[in-house]
Design a protein around this ligand. Structure first.
Ligand SMILES: Cc1cc2nc3c(=O)[nH]c(=O)nc-3n(C[C@H](O)[C@H](O)[C@H](O)COP(=O)(O)OP(=O)(O)OC[C@H]3O[C@@H](n4cnc5c(N)ncnc54)[C@H](O)[C@@H]3O)c2cc1C
Length: 512
């Protein structure tokens, strides 16, 4: 039997399916591999499609598959995103208002100095009224002022400040579908798949559709969403439930129209803590996308709707179109099994905070393409490598997301009280927190180069939540050089409006 890989079926036409098909097809074209990609999706099972926040990796993904940034911005109602702001995560807002940023740019290095350690050394014992991220990067100031991360002269997919996008997930799916089928040779088939048939080695042989048709391939990518038709139903890979650590499990969402089409477009996701979870607020070109993600153990649907409507400035009885979505936080024990890789919901989902899901799809397909097996014999070793990387990635994400919750000082609801219970915190995170009680977060704490969140992201959250170490090791820079270096961030922030336009103006100019 010829076991060379000549055909791949991607099952599912949601964001993960179309992104996977486009990325794989483009990689096969670039590497000169004659492998056909077919995407099969049901016309009867809708996508979830709510993912509207992305990660900076999306720039290279879109560039690699050959989409122009102008076309993408125009077709997907997209805007520039430079990070996230967290409001009221540390204190009960009735007592004290608090907010901090997680910008995409790492701390600056003025005069070659590691500015974050000098900032900590100077201010950790009297940080009142200061914000770590505003002290070490200009980007938080750009977010305050709704300034774009680039000028209209900056080439496509390049930046002055690192960015990702806020986008309309439905429109992204349509654009990817058009691009993948018209430019990248992806075959598109509608079929309702009932099940997968395995061969005597336990590999997927073919898919059986409701009309009895068989769809065969040598390799399968399971993008069938929460149904996880291949990785779960056929290959029986267990799902590891992590809701013990991450309590939110339900979202109520709504699209909100702007009062005027000239309204400012914030250039970051606004994430505001609530009594039993948090609300995301994402601004696109023509509308906002908002959602309250809550723990169903700590509140109910009716109360969640009231809290959400209050945030949106709506009356409790306002008759608006709300959508409810449930999920369980966790991931597959293995995302690669035999001749199948699962991505998107089929592989796992943690929660919407920090927009990790689309980034994990990109990371998954990039890792798959980099070690795409030429035949069946090459699959077993690739499977082991891939799964090691992904187990580490999932655990890094879970620890990182939990960090946002577990340092809270809020005691105004059961939800927040439970967040600091050590039983609700992964052991790996407890160990990190213990270490960071004594010394500053450093590069050496993150040995796995494949993890999504590196040192800068952890610094922004941990110091944003005012968790400072006893001791900070710095270089020996003279005091006046440190003062000048810290001041240079503030002076660049003050002059930024001279060179950068607003998010809205820049997008408009970019599209012309
Ligand atoms: C509340 C919430 C907020 C989120 N926010 C973000 C965010 O800001 N950023 C981010 O990156 N991600 C976010 N996500 C995650 C994001 O929505 C998903 O990663 C993304 O939608 C990908 O979904 P998917 O393609 O894996 O699955 P789906 O969208 O569920 O697509 C599944 C596909 O499989 C097909 N299918 C299923 N069964 C069959 C069958 N039997 N036969 C044929 N086809 C079948 C369906 O027709 C569909 O095309 C969020 C998720 C939730 C729940």
């Amino acid at each position: 039997m010829n076991n060379n890989v000549e055909k791949v079926i991607v099952l599912g036409g949601g964001t993960s399916g179309w992104l996977s098909a486009a990325m794989l097809a483009s990689s096969f074209i670039k590497t000169g591999r004659d492998i056909q990609v077919e995407l099969i999706e049901s016309e009867n099972i809708p996508n979830i499609g709510v993912g509207e926040g992305t990660f900076p990796t999306i720039l290279s993904t879109l560039h690699e598959i050959g989409l122009s940034e102008k076309e993408f911005l125009t077709e997907c109602d997209a805007s520039f995103k430079q990070g996230a702001e967290f409001r009221n995560w540390l204190y009960d807002p009735a007592q004290k208002q608090h907010a901090y940023y997680h910008p995409f740019d790492p701390p600056a290095k003025p005069n070659g100095l590691d500015i974050s350690s000098y900032w900590l050394k100077r201010f950790k014992d009297e940080p009142q009224g200061r914000s770590f991220s505003h002290g070490v990067t200009v980007q938080s100031h750009l977010c305050d002022k709704n300034l774009a991360p680039k000028t209209t002269q900056t080439p496509e997919y390049n930046w002055l400040a690192k960015y990702a996008y806020h986008l309309d997930a439905g429109k992204l799916g349509q654009l990817l579908r058009k691009h993948a089928t018209e430019k990248l040779g992806v075959k598109h088939t509608f079929a309702d798949i009932e099940k997968a048939e395995l061969d005597s080695d336990g590999f997927i042989d073919y898919l059986i559709a409701e009309d009895g048709q068989h769809h065969s391939a040598d390799f399968f990518v399971d993008c069938s969403g929460f149904a996880a038709l291949l990785i779960d139903k056929a290959l029986k890979v267990p799902f590891l439930d992590k809701s013990k650590y991450l309590a939110v499990d339900t979202a109520v969402t709504m699209q909100v129209q702007y009062d005027s089409q000239n309204q400012a477009i914030p250039t970051h996701t606004i994430s505001t803590a609530q009594e039993a979870g948090w609300i995301w607020d994402i601004s696109l070109q023509t509308r906002r996308g908002c959602g309250y993600v809550y723990s169903s153990k700590h509140t109910d649907k009716a109360r969640a709707e009231i809290v959400f409507k209050k945030y949106l400035g709506l009356a409790e009885d306002a008759d608006v179109k709300l959508r409810h979505i449930s999920f369980t936080s966790g991931y597959r024990q293995k995302s690669w099994a035999k001749n199948c890789v699962a991505v998107g919901f089929a592989s796992g989902f943690v929660e919407p905070l920090e927009a990790t899901a689309i980034a994990m799809v990109e990371a998954g397909i990039r890792s798959l393409a980099a070690r795409f097996p030429c035949n069946r014999a090459a699959m077993a070793i690739r499977e082991v490598q891939y799964n090691e990387i992904f187990t580490s990635r999932w655990n890094n994400i879970i620890d990182f997301i939990k960090l946002h919750y577990c340092l809270t000082k809020r005691t105004d609801s059961e939800f927040w009280i439970e967040q600091t219970n050590p039983d609700s915190i992964p052991e790996t995170l407890l160990q990190k927190l213990e270490a960071w009680r004594h010394y500053a977060v450093s590069e050496g704490d993150f040995p796995n180069k494949y993890d999504i969140f590196g040192v800068a992201s952890w610094q922004y959250i941990i110091y944003g939540l005012e968790y400072y170490p006893d001791y900070v090791e710095c270089g020996m820079a003279p005091e006046d050089v440190v003062t000048k270096s810290l001041a240079s961030i503030q002076s660049m922030a003050s002059s930024a409006p001279n060179s950068l336009m607003s998010n809205r103006q820049t997008i408009k100019a970019y599209k012309m």
